[in-house]
Design a protein around this ligand. Sequence first.
Ligand code: SF4
Ligand code: SF4
Length: 172
Amino acid sequence: MEKIYFPAIIGGMKITLSHFFKKKVTISYPEEKRTFAPVYRGQHILKRDENGAERCTACGLCALSCPAEAITMVAAERKKGEEKLYREEKYAAVYEINMLRCIFCGNCEEACPKEAIFLTDRIVPATFKRKEFIYGKDKLVEDSNNRTDVSKRQTPDVLEFKQDKNLKHNKI
Ligand code: SF4
Ligand code: SF4
């Protein structure tokens, strides 16, 4: 019986038939999309403050906390008249994230003392060119006319941690 594979064929067909009437676990992406968790970690955003100025002060803590060494920046000093553009006296003239290196762990978001960087529910689109995965300020800084709500990511625990002035980390 084993040599004619009959029991194996019957067994295989039984498994196929048992799955035939079950609810499908696959979806027709991209036409159909799954609902993401509110704290899904996708493409980053560099936030602006309530007046539209960039919050990032180029302190480098996000880069330091990044296990993938995906973040690089060049700091610059704010000039007179640029107060509306940059919130602090120091700002990131260049800020880049290498999305090919990033593992979307969220450490950069947790480390930032200025509430300047957050991960969003956006997926980094696929492309064939490596250099297109280097996201600069043009892709990262929030659009002033189309703000991104990050309130779901500001958990009470994180906010409490960031307000603790006894931590050197929060004095920057
Ligand atoms: S999410 Fe993690 S890996 Fe990606 S840039 Fe931030 S710290 Fe680095
Ligand atoms: S930790 Fe925040 S403020 Fe500091 S460089 Fe990174 S994004 Fe900017």
